[in-house]
Design a protein around this ligand. Structure first.
Ligand code: GCB
Length: 645
């Protein structure tokens, strides 16, 4: 008995330590309204100007942030959130590199301004690509490097100092990529004046998607009390009929406070209570969080309501924040990926944040349409190729049970300059920001630290050893991977991952047109990697371009027939290995998407859906396959019936 209880204590200590590892010193909780928090979305039309001056520095020289933007020159209307590139008819704005300026004036409710001692006003940017500086009423409040991830600034002092005046938010952002940014790029000056005008430069990148830029996710203002819930970290597990939710709450702004926690089930009933900043909640007969197609009620969420009470200057302040929580576990063995102890097979897709007109800007209609298509096709998972996706979309992954491999923007790292100390320091920071944002999401089951880096370079060994170790140190609860296209004998980063993720394009980028070699080559690929590393393998990309409506039989490249033929060859090889150590297949790509101009015809056409989300023949092939795979699991009869299969 003693041994049993000391073991239990050990497990508890370890779990609490995990929670602490994940608590990163400050939070970036998704802004939600509550009894103590108000929210104002700044979605809509902003004023905008691109700085076309030769050095792109006119805005700084003339200090555009100090006055309303319209006073320093002409402005145009720009929607937020959206990429700015394809909103106008100006080809120079589409390919613009440098600083652009956004501005919005808002009036804040009096209640936010008058109770200055007890109210905090926060400005939060969901994401802006790539480097951003933010001013409020001409005062710089923050700056941030990197697209895709949120950042915020406490602007209370500025706005509460002058109640009644509009709050003018100026955001300057620069989309220039350098060898040390993530993703990296280079600026190339063309100095031959017989070919290019003086000062001519271009941005080069080594990744295959268009470098859309702008304010891509919502900008919001929200309030909290001056003593507030800054961060919540949860980790979960279960044993027998007991689910465990361990929590750690970070309170900022005061030291005299108390915390009460209520865990609600979906219908609102309280199933467990706790207090204090750290502890665990036990749920009897928990409803586990299951992936889509693994249970009739996938994506089950509890709601952890955290209530803070604090005394400030004789006043009682209360803050309330509610966090969705899914109870589930993740484990990796040498041949399997286990969710709640059950083998999970990634039958999924790779996506992009990409659409006509809005580029990478958040679009609710597109998001919901995409989830409908994922469910229609029978996909249970996707990888956020090649950067973190919007929080609004990730919320739906949690709610629908769509499993996510959460990838950071480490893409296009093909040159030795991308592996220096500056890149490394930034990469570590990005992993911290990503984990701070997504650590509580049940849908996120694995981190991917990069896509197809030059992992055969000597420098890649230390670089990825460090990035992966850091990621694991911050989050000991999830496996870590990166996606390789290197030769298995030369890859220097693979030794550090938990799951091998490999991309290959047999009969496409080489042996073009030779469908007959796919199965042999894929089989060899799997066997080589498995023999070398004895780790489970995900085919993290495979596919072929097809121009929707282009037909040729016998199949020729770029026809819908060729795309489906490639898929079927791959599927036959997957079927031989998926009972062994192949734990997933992610098609490249869910939908056609925009790339730089060059060898592509208006973008990459490897989508099984067009960019407008219409199915190509390949979508039906994949749908047949994914529903057949799901059918192998008997608990899904009613779901299958629902989808009429
Ligand atoms: C890849 C890349 C992806 C490309 C894809 C392709 O290996 O990871 O970003 O879009 O191939 O279609 O070439």
């Amino acid at each position: 008995v003693l041994r049993g209880s000391s073991m239990a204590l050990c497990v508890l200590c370890r779990l609490l330590l995990w929670c602490q590892a994940l608590a990163l010193g400050r939070g970036i909780l998704y802004p939600r309204e509550s009894a103590s928090r108000e929210l104002k979305e700044l979605t809509g039309i902003w004023s905008f100007r691109a700085d076309f001056s030769a050095q792109r520095d006119k805005g700084f020289v003339q200090r555009w942030h100090q006055r309303p933007l319209r006073q320093s020159g002409p402005v145009i209307d720009m929607p937020v959130p959206a990429s700015f590139n394809e909103i106008t008819q100006d080809p120079n704005l589409r390919k613009y590199i440098g600083w652009v300026w956004y501005e919005k004036e808002v009036l804040l409710p009096r209640s936010w301004l008058l109770n200055a001692l007890n109210t905090r006003v926060v400005l939060r940017v969901g994401s802006a690509h790539y480097y951003t500086i933010v001013w409020v009423n001409g005062v710089q409040v923050t700056q941030h490097e990197g697209g895709h991830l949120p950042f915020e600034a406490d602007i209370s002092k500025i706005v509460q100092g002058s109640p009644g005046t509009p709050c003018r938010i100026t955001i300057a952002l620069n989309n220039t990529l350098t060898p040390q940014t993530l993703p990296p790029g280079t600026i190339q000056f063309m100095r031959d004046e017989s070919k290019y005008p003086r000062g001519y430069f271009v941005q080069n990148t080594k990744f295959d998607f268009f470098n859309y830029a702008g304010i891509h996710q919502p900008v919001v203002l929200y309030t909290t009390p001056s003593v507030y819930i800054d961060d919540i970290t949860v980790t979960t597990s279960w044993a027998g009929n007991i689910g465990v939710v361990r929590y750690q709450v970070l309170v900022t702004g005061g030291t005299h406070y108390s915390l009460l926690l209520n865990l609600h089930e979906k219908e609102g009933k309280v199933v467990a209570t706790g207090d204090g900043p750290i502890g665990e909640l036990k749920v009897v007969d928990p409803k586990l969080w299951w992936p889509y197609l693994m249970d009739e009620n996938p994506g089950y969420l509890y709601y952890l309501e955290v209530k803070l009470s604090a005394q400030v200057g004789g006043n009682l302040l209360e803050d309330v924040y509610t966090l969705p929580v899914g109870i589930r576990t993740v484990h990796v063995t040498s041949r399997q990926f286990l969710i709640n102890g059950q083998p999970f097979y990634f039958q999924g897709v790779n996506k992009h944040e990409d659409a006509d007109i809005r580029g990478k800007g958040l679009d609710w209609s597109l998001i919901v349409k995409d989830f409908n298509l994922l469910q229609w096709v029978g996909a249970n998972s996707f990888r956020t190729s090649h950067y973190p996706y919007a929080e609004e979309l990730m919320d739906l992954c949690d709610a629908y049970g769509i499993v996510v491999i959460d990838e950071c923007p480490g893409v296009g790292m093909r040159d030795p300059e991308n592996f220096g100390n500056k890149s490394l320091a930034h990469h570590l920071l990005v992993m911290e920001e990503l984990i701070r944002r997504d650590k509580n999401r049940p849908s996120v089951v694995m981190w991917s630290v990069a896509n197809e880096p030059a992992s055969e370079l000597t420098a890649a060994a230390y670089y990825f050893k460090t990035v992966i170790a850091h990621t694991k140190a911050i989050d000991p609860t999830r496996p870590v991977t990166f996606v390789s296209n290197a030769n298995y004998t030369r890859d220097r980063a693979a030794p550090y991952v938990d799951v091998i993720c490999v991309n290959s394009y047999f009969s496409w980028y080489h042996d073009s047109g030779h469908l007959e070699v796919i199965q042999l080559q894929l089989n060899t690929q799997f066997e080589n990697w498995y023999e070398t590393y004895k780790k489970p393998i995900i085919q993290s990309e495979y596919g072929a371009d097809a121009i929707a409506g282009l037909h040729n039989d016998p199949p020729l490249m770029f026809s819908e027939e060729y795309q489906t033929a490639v898929l079927k060859e791959y599927h036959s090889a997957f079927d031989k290995k998926r009972k062994e150590y192949v734990i997933g297949e992610l098609i490249w790509n869910f939908a056609d998407f925009m790339t730089d101009q060059g060898s592509r015809v208006l973008g990459n056409k490897k989508g099984i859906f067009t960019r407008q989300r219409q199915p190509k023949a390949a979508a039906f092939v994949l749908r047949d396959r994914y529903w057949k795979l799901a059918n192998e699991s008997s608990c899904l009869r009613s779901t299958l019936k629902y989808h009429n299969l």
